[in-house]
Design a protein around this ligand. Sequence first.
Ligand SMILES: Cc1ncc(COP(=O)(O)O)c(C=O)c1O
Length: 447
Amino acid sequence: MNSRNGVVENGSVAHCFNPRTDIPATEAEAEHVQDPAKFSLGDFIVGQSTDPLRPPPQFTQWRKAGAWEASLYEPELLATAGVRTTINYDGKRHPVINLCSYNYLGLATRPEVIAAAAEALQRYGMGACGSPTLSGKTDLHRELERRVAEFLGREDAMLFNSGFGGALGTISGLLRKTDVAVLDNRSHLSLRDGAVLARSRLERFQHNDPASLDAALSRRKGKRQLVIVEGIYSMDGDFADLNRLLEVAESHEASVFIDEAHSMLACGPNGRGAAEHFGAEGRIRLIYGTFSKAFGALGGFVAGPSETIDYLRFYAHSYVYSCALPPVVIAAILKALEIGTSEPQLRDRLWDNAHYFRQQLNGMRINTGHSTTYIMPLIIGDRARMYRLGHELRRRGLFVAPVDYPAVPEEGICFRACVTANHTRADLDEALNIIEDTIVPELLQHA
Ligand SMILES: Cc1ncc(COP(=O)(O)O)c(C=O)c1O
């Protein structure tokens, strides 16, 4: 989580919070942070500490008071990110149905992927041991760049050792102080951080709202502007309203950058993401994606015109000054790409599961917000209730992610569930039964 200048941001940009007046001001008063549910990460950005290495005492006190709530975070998996896995819960091995994973197509655990990685490990050893610019690139890296470019019908592609670093490096590598980054207000933090690093001006538009985008672009007429959207929004699970937003961007002659982190390989008839899903590939010059979601691995990429990629190879600092992905990971991604492009039935299963699960949830009157994809918020809207239910769900063997403010607005506090191609109907029905026994009665009681 991160925050700056009175704007708290996490998975998404710009949930401005109202500065509170009831935060304990002194160290002695900090002892009185008794009820952790009354506070959030939005409250401790600025503290009384005079030493930057010392966090605000109020924060430390709040963390102690909220240890039970916080124990839902950073869970330890004791097995693969499969649909049924084992986690450490309360110091014990605990079997769960996993609705927490980005392993959308099940590729992280495919035997062919594991075999390809094992072979590369033997041949290349563990690390790349160098920046791609100087010494970290193998023939496998170049092959993956070519394959990604070919897959997306682009002139070239380049790889980053993390998705976050890829977005950060690309945006900060392209934008300059006099430019404007125009972001959807639900965009991922990596995108905003890229614009901040570039010291470019930041304009935000209301989520998926063409009129708001039009107004944002009009405010900075005459400047170089980059409209930044996501294929599928990672907290809300809805698509960008791509064609309508593109129309507005085009009317202002603004360039568009799309983050396909959650959509790449998992949607579009051939897996080429939201741009393909909406038939908009020809209208978007630069495509960014991650290998940490449907590819089941790690890393990021950007694909587009070779002159742009060539420029970024020198000006994206997270590329030039950071070690290349280990060859073992590249080999796994190459195999995952091969499987993901040759087995469209994986995407069919993913989408069937997503529609089924959401329909069943909505049938139980669970609010899934604007989700139309395999990412679904189960909106609870109350912090204390969400943490209480979170523990009950874990105890009952359902693994979903708690999502608190400021990652989402207060009224959107939720669990995030992700379904995958590998979930069976039995897995999903068992999960739904647990939800019916736990969340549904609570929501009815507070309706
Ligand atoms: C929309 C979006 N972009 C970028 C990233 C960063 O990707 P990675 O986790 O591969 O670093 C994420 C991570 O979840 C994301 O959701």
